[in-house]
Design a protein around this ligand. Sequence first.
Ligand SMILES: [Cu+2]
Length: 145
Amino acid sequence: MKRYLLIAVAALYTAFAGFTGTQAAPTWVDKEVVMQLGTSSNDFMIAPAELDFQTGKSYKLVITNPSKVTHLLTMPEFGRTVLTAKVDIHDGKVDRSGHRIYKIEVQPGGTAEWYFEPVKVGSYWVMCGIATHAKAGMTAKLVVR
Ligand SMILES: [Cu+2]
């Protein structure tokens, strides 16, 4: 029953998302957050290293890549514990199954906008899925309270 409710909510979000452009955040977005993959001087980091979210709030996560190499935001758990409304990719791609998001690739200079609502409290590690980038420092923690 709970599962059906979640799907219904996700469908509702998708319907609303259809009326919005990609520039301004839809009115149902409670908070816009920016996550940066790498830097313009090619440092291997994710900034900020920790992001806090609250259940029941709608987020627009803007993922940028100012570096000169491709990065692949990889989420073993986080992407399947949130309700995703939509993902807009500008130069990159998304690996998803329905509204479960596993990986978001962002090309150099590209951005991705991920609209979601966290529903499960917890701490989730995310990293760059490109070989050696995570070991070089491209990890971050997403905390849902
Ligand atoms: Cu990377």
